[in-house]
Design a protein around this ligand. Sequence first.
Ligand code: IPT
Length: 956
Amino acid sequence: MSFRTTPSVDYVEDVSPGRGALAPRAWYASSDAKSLSLNGSWRFRLSATADAEDESFAEEGYDAGDWAEVTVPGHWVLQGDGAFGSPIYTNHLYPFPVDPPHVPTENPTGDHVRVFDLPADWPADGGAVLRFDGVESCARVWLNGTELGEFKGSRLPHEFAVGELLKPAGNVLAVRVHQWSAGSYLEDQDQWWLPGIFRDVTLLHRPTGSAGDFFVHASYDHTTGEGTLRVDSDVDGRVSVPALDIDVATGEPVTVAVEPWSAETPKLYDGELITAGERVPLRIGFRTVVLEDGLIKVNGKAILFKGVNRHEWHPEKGRALDLATMREDVLLMKRHNLNAVRTSHYPPHPAFLDLCDELGLWVIDECDLETHGFTEQAWRDNPVDDDRWTPALLDRAARMVERDKNHPSIVFWSLGNEAGTGRGLTAMAEWIHGRDPERLVHYEGDWDCRDTDVYSRMYAFHDEVEKIGQRLDGGTHKRRELPFIQCEYGHAMGNGPGGLADYQRLFEAHDRLQGGFIWEWIDHGVKHPELGYAYGGDFGEELHDGNFVCDGLIFPDRRPSPGLVEYKKVIEPVRIEGDGADGTVRVTNKYDFADLSALAFEWSYQVDGETVEAGALSVPALAPGESADVKLPEPPSHESGGETQWTVRAVLASGTAWAPKDHVVAWGQFPVSARQSPAVAASDRPAASDRLITLGPASFDARTGALKTIGGVEVTAPRLDVWRAPTDNDDGAEWQTDTRFGMLWRKYGLHRMRHRLDAVELGDDALTVRTRVAPAAWEVGLATVYRWTSDGERLRLTVSVTPEGDWTVPLPRLGVRFGLAQADAVRWFGGGPGEAYPDTRTASMVGRWQSTVDELQTPYVRPQENGARADVRWVELGGLRIEGDPEFWFSARRWTNEQLDAARHLTDLTPGDTVWVNLDHGQHGIGSQSCGPGPLPRYFLKAEPAEFSFVFSTTE
Ligand code: IPT
């Protein structure tokens, strides 16, 4: 016989969504009804299991005075300096045995207590509601000793009626939170597992006659320019929109001329819902979303998503985001030309959606649902195909739709992510279609599109996307009628993603392709005292997926990574192409709705990268899709012989809600006269002494031919270098079936090339050093000849490389590396200001740039190849000037590429005595193979015969 002395925790493993909570409804902040934030410091006690402690802590009079404290909103594992456990990162593997709905006995459980008084002016009449905006993963709640209920659905709101229970002072709110529950099986998103009350807790007064749930329907008829407003409300009242002279009863439609809402023109009308007991502010955006002619149309026009997937992330607070951080995200998105966001993979904090309404972003609002880990067992027992779980799925769908339905920015509801297929998903889609026929339904996991209004895929390769665009992809009849989006593409892990411009060309070429969403917005690095930013494994997790959680367009501190700068350029809403020779520029408006009247255009003219003159360019306020050819002024006069080009920029003509006046939206550059290659007459003759060979300004080791000094500058001799610290995209994901070059490069020993000296030859006009560069164990090699010449002042190095043997892999890079004892400031003429690689170079602008060796580094959370500048004509650093023939890729760092390769965190990189400079003739493309295609073949750096030169001189 057995009996329990411990509290019953059966609800933890119950597949039902919970009990006690109120029906879901719209999320809004009242103008006049009182509310009390219960955010702040709460008493906290952590137990190792769900039933370790009884429920007496919830009783009035319980003294939690000796408990620890945590901040709400927050995750306990990110507080207490490790005393409360640590985060766990897995991509899709459940960090517990898969035996639904069971969870481990070890189930970290946080008891939270908050004692509060009602403000003196808290009305005595009416009721009150206690709202939890997000608790991971399962909570049981008591107020003043009375149990209110329990709930699951971490990123969804739950409300309880508490009016009867409130006292003027000394209210005791007790919340028991379990890290693992049946709900965890539905929340297998690729992110950190972070238990806690991580969104706001609020007490809302509900006056007699207050509004309950309401649904704002605001459509736009593009044929008449009229909007129709109807606010359906549980509680009757009036709806007023002063700017439109609207004052109607709830439920009554009214049609008036309006300015429509779009992501580009986010016109919101302030209104009010007035019930007997309450006034609720409304922000109304009129727009109509339909599927028509196989296209997603808003206000009669097909739209193109230039989107990103956004997880909520803050390096110290996890998913407990403050308003300023949310705003920063939206501002950064707008400033980088993004027009859409998929709230991967759960509804965000509702304030984020307010910002999307206000500043203008199309939103795919995604439900808090992912069961990805079931893929490991061929989707057996998948909760989305098991009727017992369907109530939980429908509850989640309803909590999302009801909470968020009044946001004009939301154009799609998404059922969730990576949950396979099943009847539960169909039930969700049916319910959503019925509840909100005015929006479309998205889900990627069913390629037959049984339940969805769009064919959506993730990481489809360019060639497949093109086929889909051409409608040659086949599929079910239904799918063939649908538009296509990539809900995830361009995996922004580490250096990259490459190939975005190639995708964008396809999206723009085929109507059916309505754009995509980069994976993902931000690196989920956790701020760490020793490691800088931690990733999977850094907390000793038994299962983890390493730095796969750091795959964002912005770094954990929200600084834009080069990937975001590249994306901004690739998706710019104005195309500026020119012909330098005939002095015209063709401007094309690529917005879907806006004309160009918000933009001002500027031209500038550069001679050798230096702007000599600039001015305004008058461009007509083109309508979407229109182009115009605009004449540039006469080129300014300047000394002849230089390399010249035009740069034309489109900037904001005046400040907007998201960026100041003069913010650059788009640009184009076009050459006028080409660069003259540097010429050095080979007039000097190398002279050998005992130990040294001298040639012009340089000295070499007489035995090895290795360069030692140029003028007064000591160098570690340049040698051929083909290695780069593999990027996450070079390494590729283990499931990729295409060749992963990062692995092969290592296999073939490109990181341990040996340099055999074959000859040092002194000629009449050159010093020639012959070598063979090759890895141990393989027959392949690179016959490499360094030929040095000089005119007495300048020194020219010509490197000739001839591959030997059967090279089956492209090279990571091809160039020379040399060392400088000292270097700090860097100036160059070439591509900048940021890094670029063959398939990430759209945003690289030709000009004069300066930086420092430290600032040239791109701080990828897991160190890897970074920081190359493209098309460099010349660079100056450490007392040297280096000109390239042809242009080259430049990078410099205070550690070697081998040290960079060995580092796991930025804190592993410590500056040495030498600044290592790479001058590259070629770089292999970047691609997106960490979760997508590798570089397209045209970006491969093939092992082929090559010759390239550098001219060295001193700057002093
Ligand atoms: C895809 C997931 O949807 C996303 O959450 C994230 O894990 C991303 O990959 C990779 O970072 S799923 C993948 C198997 C294609």
